[in-house]
Design a binder for this molecule. Structure first.
Ligand SMILES: [Zn+2]
Length: 250
């Protein structure tokens, strides 16, 4: 889960309707681009490329038993989500001390993406942190498999992750064959942007800080999160520069 910073609200007077925030969210945290050419946009939770059906996500629900209607049009309560993450999360109660969110925690550090396609709490976390990470995985169903719902192939974020993992490994072999070749560097960054799953590419290229820095700088809101140092290693806790509620837990 790529950590982001949204910055201050773009409309000081506030939003009359939350849908008005969509373009601002894309502009601040959603777009992946290479040499100023936008290539894709991503779900804030599962990191998938979403060509359509990306929506303004209310972190605290706008309806239901645990609704926070006062936050319905509030910038600090927005992220971007695909229909699968959004519908799985639904109107569940959000307790920030029991969950990690990409706009307030270093969610890159919280999770480990495995070659089997699953997302798990990072092994180096303590037990309390692992519990929070697992709560977050369960909240949006990051490990739900296609067998959970055979009628919705798009729900299969896990298999998509496997495919991207294989592509990233192939790209790593290309890099090893010509480590200084700038054209290969460019292709790798474009491959990451167009296939999504930032965290998988960061893991596969963990020994190549220059490539990782290119990844970090190519998706808006990522460098601004303050969660990566000059060598592209994770900084934690999240500095919570946006002063969000219970930010910086990890
Ligand atoms: Zn998603």
């Amino acid at each position: 889960m790529r950590p982001v910073s949204k910055g201050d609200t773009p409309l000081v007077a506030g939003f009359a309707n939350y849908r008005e925030s969509f373009d601002y969210l894309l502009d601040r945290i959603g777009i992946g681009e290479y040499q100023q050419i936008p290539l894709a946009q991503y779900c804030s939770y599962c990191e998938r490329v979403m060509h359509t059906n990306l929506a303004v996500e209310h972190i605290e629900p706008k309806k239901g038993l645990y609704a926070k209607p006062l936050l319905k049009n509030t910038w600090s309560n927005f992220l971007l989500a695909c229909v699968n993450c959004n519908s799985k999360k639904g109107s569940k109660r959000i307790q920030f001390n029991e969950l990690y969110f990409p706009d307030r925690d270093n969610t890159f550090y919280a999770f480990e993406y495995s070659h089997t396609g699953t997302v798990n709490p990072r092994p180096s976390l303590n037990q309390a942190q692992k519990d929070i990470a697992q709560n977050t995985i369960d909240l949006v169903g990051l490990n739900d498999s296609i067998y959970a719902d055979l009628t919705e192939v798009a729900k299969d974020r896990r298999t998509q992750r496997l495919n991207v993992y294989a592509l990233a490994l192939n790209s790593l072999e290309d890099l090893k064959s010509a480590p200084q070749n700038q054209a290969i560097h460019n292709l790798i960054v474009k491959g990451m942007l167009t296939s999504g799953y930032f965290s998988i590419w960061m893991k596969v290229f963990q020994g190549y800080p220059n490539i990782k820095n290119m990844f970090i700088d190519s998706i808006r809101g990522t460098r601004q999160s303050g969660c990566f140092d000059n060598n592209a290693n994770p900084i934690f806790p999240h500095p919570n520069n946006d002063n969000l509620q219970l930010g910086g837990k990890i």
